[in-house]
Design a protein around this ligand. Structure first.
Ligand code: KG4
Ligand code: ZN
Length: 352
């Protein structure tokens, strides 16, 4: 089965094609394989505005999605008639941007008489490590760290997700982005702050580790952002480069410390032997190295998506849909096609 995936929830238009074999008699099937992928990032377009402008994002998705789809199909030498399903990001995300991907996917699927499958964006991130060479096995604990969400999940199988904890205010990516913005590092802030942090001293500023000892698996990053703002103000209008690098390093350390501590808490609570990390912040080097160290101590195996598939892409959407098809959980979603607020975690199979 060939599944085309379209991601258009924010500032990246991603299209990809995945090949999935259907389970044999024993119910087992190999992990779906990525055949081709293409991505257009809108970062340069939004940079002048210091953040994503939703209307510009939607219009750019309109411009990019069909050329990218043609590129992917040509690369894989696949015709549209050979597609078996069209998947798209159903939400969460910017409404106008989501509508572009949903509209194209549903129109294409209807014209071809094939299923259109709405995929929850976070399910795409959660399953994206299956695109890596050493795919994880169920069950596992998942740490989802994106620009809009920070969540710990207990994952028993495809579609069997239980929320263990989440951020009660800002997401980890948001903490990176907002701290970067107030330090004058522009957009997108996370990678810029991480780069600057490499030259700084992580112990230079004593920043809070919110909810570190709360005894649960929830996160809070809004207070940290305020503490960074206070420290930044104290530095005056033109802080020295090395001082700003110290503040970036201290900020990154505070975010990573909390993420690692809570993840360790979740692994211990579930007695898990596998950890899966998904979402843009999963590209962060300090987070990866500290999670790897903690996991080694616990005897836990960690799985990440390939680095370029940590941030938004079409491959994770195609893959999530393909895994659902393999597990008999695919649904033709006619009525729910434009529902931009799907339930999460998806603990039930959607009925079309
Ligand atoms: O998953 P993603 O591409 O989009 C959402 O679903 O939100 O994640 C984007 C987030 C942004 O907040 C971005 O600043 C952050 O991931 N990010 C990083 C890094 N790369 C991306 N944060 C810290 N370090 C990075 N290397
Ligand atoms: Zn994302």
């Amino acid at each position: 089965m060939k599944v085309l995936g379209i991601e258009s929830s924010c500032d990246e238009t991603g299209v990809a094609l995945v090949l999935a074999e259907m389970p044999a008699g024993d119910g087992a099937a190999p992990t779906p394989r990525l055949l081709a992928e293409a991505l257009h990032s809108q970062v340069a377009m939004h940079a002048d505005y210091g953040g994503v402008v939703p209307e510009l994002a939607s219009r750019d998705h309109v411009r990019r999605v069909l050329p990218l789809a043609r590129q992917v199909l040509a690369q894989a030498q696949c015709s549209v008639q050979q597609l078996d399903a069209i998947a798209y990001t159903r939400g969460p995300g910017l409404a106008g941007a989501l509508l572009v991907g949903a509209g194209v996917a549903v129109a294409l699927a209807t014209a071809l008489g094939k299923p259109a499958m709405g995929v929850h964006h976070l399910e795409g991130h959660l399953l994206s490590p299956f695109l890596a060479d050493n795919a994880p096995q169920f069950p596992f604990v998942a740490l989802l760290v994106s620009g809009g969400h920070t969540q710990l999940m207990d994952v028993q199988g495809v579609g069997r997700y239980t929320l263990l904890g989440e951020s009660i205010d800002d997401a980890a990516g948001e903490a990176f982005d907002k701290s970067a913005k107030l330090m004058g590092l522009g957009y997108p802030g996370g990678p810029a702050l991480a780069r600057l942090a490499e030259q700084g001293n992580a112990q230079a500023f004593a920043l809070p580790r919110p909810l570190l000892h709360s005894g649960d698996l929830d996160f809070s990053f809004a207070g940290l952002k305020t503490a960074v703002m206070t420290q930044h103000r104290k530095l005056g209008p033109a802080p020295a480069d090395h001082t700003l690098a110290d503040l970036a390093a201290s900020t990154q350390a505070a975010i990573v410390d909390v993420l690692v501590a809570k993840t360790v808490g979740a692994l211990k609570a579930r007695g898990a032997t596998r950890l899966v990390v998904g979402g843009g912040v999963g590209a962060n080097h300090r987070l990866r190295s500290q999670l790897n160290d903690a996991a080694r101590r616990l005897g836990v195996q960690v799985h990440y998506p390939p680095l370029h598939l940590c941030t938004d892409n079409g491959a994770m959407i195609a893959l999530a849909a393909a895994l659902r098809l393999q597990h008999g959980q695919a649904v033709l979603q006619r009525s729910g096609a434009f529902d931009v607020k799907p339930r999460w975690p998806l603990d039930q199979i959607d009925a079309g």
